[in-house]
Design a binder for this molecule. Structure first.
Ligand code: ADP
Length: 230
């Protein structure tokens, strides 16, 4: 059985942080469309050049572009037993396409909606730093690195993502409200399995253990190992 998890929520709701913890538990790859797109930008290839300007404004990249990236990624060998989608789907067209893809393979996904208070989101995004080499996320307030400004894992100087600046944060949140949030209703209407959780003041570890419990529950239709502790 394929373990398919879709992490859904506003920018700054903690999808990436949870995905990083969850991938060890499920032993499934973390597939982040944002990370994939940034990788193309870093490589400076044609696709990267095409999406860079859009991403810098905080708007969504065209559906065809991300759909193709995700479908290719899901065809890779390491995604056959399961995967964790982070940041996809984000539009109605993406959601329909993904649901068709899953249904045609008999895969039942679990959508996890991380609900976070708007003010907390803005504070989190403004304090966010990322390692430009390995992609590890930090937060100056809630999750600082051991040494200020330096990645714990590889010693690289941490960077502010181009789209974590204030005006762009507002545009990203607006795109979420108008294009992505309505998908919750779509998931409900279509009877997709949806688990909604208040992630405003839970630590990433507390969130992980609740999500693991949900994944392990029989209705989830997913295989899971016993919940991790500590
Ligand atoms: P966040 O969830 O914090 O906004 P991401 O890294 O997921 O960060 O996304 C960063 C940017 O990448 C988005 O603002 C958008 O431009 C682009 N992007 C990522 N995923 C998608 C997607 N599924 N559809 C369209 N654009 C996307």
């Amino acid at each position: 059985m394929t373990q398919a998890v879709v992490l859904f929520g506003s920018p700054g709701s903690g999808k990436g942080t949870l995905a990083n913890l969850l991938k060890d538990y499920l032993k499934a790859p973390h597939i982040s469309t944002g990370d994939m797109l940034r990788e193309h930008i870093r490589e400076g290839n044609a696709l990267g050049v095409r999406v860079a300007a859009t991403m810098q404004t905080g708007a969504l990249v065209r559906d065809e572009v991300v759909d193709r990236l995700v479908e290719r990624r899901l065809a890779e060998p390491d995604a056959q037993a399961g995967f964790i989608l982070d940041g996809y789907p984000r539009t109605r067209e993406q959601a329909e396409r993904l649901c068709n893809w899953l249904d045609s393979r008999g895969i039942r996904e679990l959508v996890i909606h991380l609900i976070v208070d708007y003010n907390i989101i803005v504070t989190r995004l403004a304090g966010r730093r990322q390692c430009p080499r390995c992609g590890t996320l930090y937060n100056m307030v809630s999750n600082p690195p051991r040494v200020e400004g330096v990645c714990d894992l590889d010693g690289q100087a941490l960077a502010i993502r181009d789209d974590d600046r204030e005006s762009v944060i507002r545009a990203r949140l607006a795109a979420y409200e108008s294009q992505s949030r309505p998908l919750i209703e779509f998931f409900r209407e279509k009877g997709r399995r949806l688990f909604e959780i208040d992630a405003s003041d839970r630590t990433p570890e507390a969130l992980l253990s609740q999500v693991c419990r949900e994944i392990g529950s029989p209705e989830a239709g997913l295989r899971a190992e016993p919940a991790v502790s500590g």
